[in-house]
Design a protein around this ligand. Structure first.
Ligand SMILES: [Ca+2]
Ligand SMILES: [Ca+2]
Ligand SMILES: [Ca+2]
Ligand SMILES: [Ca+2]
Length: 463
């Protein structure tokens, strides 16, 4: 999403000023609709949505995911998986809903994790007190990806960690995060580690997906892979992978393999300590159109001299990819680009970049300063320190989830149970004695709860 410069500067300080000055609802996507772009940009063949982004600052093709807007506020009041007030209850509930958290700590799913199949869901990790929420699976025969979003749409996930600290028996179903056959999904400020399959995996026919501001680290060998952006697609997809960290995974940092007609942007990410491959551009679905802009590829202690920064992978090719490549930086004793890459370079992005890239230098600082779920736990802090110091290694086994005192700092009083604490409502002008989550007391175009969530997110980022 292209926000005015003044707005970008304000993002970390005051989202209210930002949204007030930038006309909520005005997005790069609908600007594009109005401005009748050239036919090349019509590759976006499906109907694009216009309207308000998922939250102030939401970016990329998934930005207009509706999440639980207008729906129920469901409080998560226990870390237990199966009791009333569990996260599972909220995830599997029907209808628009926002999961807000009165507890902090690790939610360990017992047996099979819940599957997010019901549309219109916001998981608002930013509402959790203290150190926030970490998802972990049970290990053993029923272990699967702790966060699986499947056959659904309009899902917003923010400020959650997923750490697969126990091993299961089904390696191929043990991503940390899987997005399968879903549309309008945004995963933002999420942290994930220790997957035995990809840390994050798009599977089957997804479309309109954003993965942004997140930290994906420590895939587990022998399948230590950061991000498989698409697997087994039948149709073109719109996907943004923006301002993320991939660290300490052997390859698929990320894996980019989409059918022609797709719009894929991989911008302003930091890729660190791959062993064999950083970005892999595949052609098995007919040739991926992709823009790679303003990314960093940084070698580390596990990086082989034969590793490649941007690889054109022609095994099983069914037609050439198209790569728009600009302002990417390489730091380390590996090969920057594979042979054959020059043959797929195009002069202009195959699709408009809906996320305006920052210069790589600037993006590097921003990603290290702000990516991941906040407040950062010891794992994320270590990953960021490793990137700065170019140390750390791929690990062979899961680590231990950092201690977060369970139930520490219970959520503040919320007398009307509308998701916004009394003191926040009193300070900001909504009514602490009436459920008014979806009213807009200050007329800025964002509902009261959306203002509160944005406020919480920026407070968390500020530490
Ligand atoms: Ca997978
Ligand atoms: Ca309230
Ligand atoms: Ca209220
Ligand atoms: Ca408002």
């Amino acid at each position: 999403m292209i926000w005015p410069t003044a707005c970008l500067a304000l993002l970390s300080a005051s989202l209210f000023a930002c949204s007030a000055s930038s006309a909520p609802g005005e997005t790069a996507l609908n600007k594009r609709e109005r401005s009748a772009e050239s036919p090349a940009h019509a590759a976006a063949s499906r109907v694009e949505r216009s309207g308000k982004p998922a939250f102030p600052g939401a970016t990329g093709y998934g930005a207009q995911a509706k999440g639980g807007r207008g729906g129920r506020i469901i409080k998560v009041t226990t870390l237990s998986d199966r009791e009333p007030g569990s996260l599972r209850e909220c995830l599997v509930a029907k209808g628009p809903r926002v999961c807000v958290f009165d507890v902090a700590g690790t939610v360990r799913f017992v047996g099979e994790p819940p599957v997010v199949r019901e549309p219109f869901l916001t998981i608002a990790g930013e509402t959790a007190p203290g150190m926030g929420i970490t998802l972990a699976h049970s290990g053993g025969p029923e272990a699967r990806s702790p966060l699986l979003i499947k056959n659904t749409h309009d899902v917003v996930v923010r400020h959650i960690r997923v750490r697969n600290d126990r091993e299961g028996e089904y390696r191929e179903a043990e991503d940390a995060i899987t997005i399968e056959a879903s549309e309008y999904v945004i995963v933002d400020h999420v942290s994930a580690s220790w997957a035995r399959d990809e840390i994050v995996n798009g599977y089957a026919d997804n479309d309109w997906i954003t993965i942004s501001n997140s930290i994906f680290a420590f895939g587990l060998p022998r399948h230590d892979k950061c991000a498989l952006l698409a697997s087994d697609p039948n149709d073109a997809q719109h996907m943004s992978f923006v301002m993320n960290i991939c660290a300490h995974s052997g390859d698929r940092n990320p894996d980019i393999n989409f059918p022609p007609g797709s719009c894929v942007e991989v911008t302003n990410n930091v890729f660190f300590n791959a062993q064999s491959e950083f970005a892999e551009i595949w052609e098995t679905y007919g040739g991926t159109p992709v823009s790679l802009v303003g990314n960093w590829f940084i070698g580390g202690p596990s990086t082989s001299d034969a590793a490649v920064g941007i690889l054109r992978q022609q095994v099983g090719s069914r037609g050439p990819a198209q790569l728009y490549e600009k302002d990417n930086r390489f730091d380390g004793a590996f090969r920057e680009r594979s042979a054959g890459l020059s043959q797929i370079i195009v002069d202009a992005p195959p699709c408009d970049l809906v996320t305006e890239p920052q210069p790589a230098m600037q993006a590097f600082a921003a990603v290290l300063a702000s990516s991941g779920a906040w407040p950062r736990d010891a794992i994320d802090a270590q990953v960021v320190a490793n990137i700065r110091e170019k140390n750390g290694r791929i690990v062979k086994t899961p680590g231990r989830i950092p201690d977060v005192r369970h139930g520490a700092a219970p959520g503040p009083q919320d007398s009307d149970r509308d998701g916004m604490p009394d003191d926040w409502e009193t300070r900001h002008g909504s009514d602490p004695r009436a459920a008014d989550s979806w009213l807009d007391f200050d007329g800025d175009g964002w509902a009261n709860l959306e203002n509160y969530l944005a406020d919480r997110a920026s407070v968390r980022r500020a530490g």
